[in-house]
Design a protein around this ligand. Sequence first.
Ligand code: NBP
Length: 469
Amino acid sequence: MRKADIGVVGLGVMGHNLALNFERNGYWVALYNRTAEKTRKVLADAGPERRLIGTFSLEELCANLERPRRILLMVQAGQAVDDMITSLRPFLQSGDVLIDGGNSYFQDTERRHEALKDTGILYVGMGISGGEEGALWGPSLMPGGSVEAWKILAPMLQKIAAKAEDGEPCVDYIGPRGAGHYVKMVHNGIEYADMQLIAETYDLLRHALGLSAPQLAEIFAEWNQGELQSYLIQITAEVLRKIDEETAQPLVDVILDEAQQKGTGKWTSQNALDIGAAVPTISAAVDMRILSALKQERLQASRVLSGPIRTFQGDSTHLIHLARQALYASKIIAYAQGMGLLRQASQEYEYGLKLDRLAAIWRAGCIIRARLLSNITLAYEHEPDLVNLLLAPAFREALASRHHALREVIKIGIELGVPMMGMSTALAYYDAYRSARLPANLIQAQRDYFGAHTYRRLDREGIFHTQWT
Ligand code: NBP
């Protein structure tokens, strides 16, 4: 009987679409899902004559796989992954490859990698981005862990991955242990920031100019033709254009303004704090989701807390032009923060990350795919040790001609009382990073005053303490 080239465990949104992607690319795929009904449904929906083998126990799954076995786990991150590994272990042999393609926390992947290290089972923590469509037609894949496993998997993963404009598959070996899931986590952190910056731009234009959702859709659609071209801008235009069939209003206007989150943005901020990397725009995006969730409190506060009662008096065409520039500038700064975090984590965890490769595999397939990523790829290819993306000549120039717009747009937001937490933090990061002297001298003096924490001086070497009173 024909055995399968790969097994997929977990046939939810991602698992079943990835299975179909492998199948479409010529591979035989064995399917397993905790709830057997789902397996039957995937088989029935796919129809006959497909390279799919339904299995209804993990033993049956493993018996139906070519050696070395390749198994992709696409179950909910957390305990379910540990449970599946424990249940699969008795049926796996040395040399078999086990891939966790869920959004696992990278420290969990480190722990699982360590636990499996002496078993001969090759463990891969793989970040996957692209959602349902990407899983089916080509995701961006971030496999980390066993290098041996990468050699076995590379041809298959290159086939199912998205292809960038130059035809290059959006997959590469990321690094050892939890590196793949680490990079996916930061990808999601950048995604949070990007979405927040777009949302602020929408909010400001709506407040200042009173534009309707369909009018805003046209603006975003036009922006998507230029330097801002990206999946998130494209879907923003499509979302804003959508009319609710029941109410005949723009659907976005009847959606409750409470943003949910699954944790990858929060993990990015938490980890950045742990390793001492500044990612204020990513953190602002997480904070704004938290604030958005306080709907009832906000409703009450809106009745008692005062703010400016002003209307925008300027030229609307000019404001739209400024907003476009500000969005691009703040987006560059947010990406610089994310890439800076990756650079620092690479040293901290000895991941050996190649930032040009990461930017390259995000050019297509994933949620943050954008024209900007081609420029980021080039910047790191040209200068692999670039300490901060802002210093790359192309971005230095892009910001030199746009930071005024960013300042203007934030000022207008402040005047109208529109919260611009993402853009404000982006600008503050830019201003802080380009400051030869920050007021940390005063902070050091305060620390020495109340806690005798000592300070260093600009004019001579050594550690100093002052009796301040
Ligand atoms: P779904 O919620 O669609 O499916 C979850 C799958 O996990 C189902 O097959 C479910 O089996 C299985 N499962 C659960 Br829940 N608990 C299990 C357990 N204890 N043992 C065995 N199987 C269990 O999730 P999804 O959206 O396909 O996401 C899967 C993974 O991929 C997650 O880690 C997610 O964060 C990640 N991811 C999702 C996206 C996305 O856009 N959705 C993108 C990138 C990564 P059942 O049918 O028996 O309940």
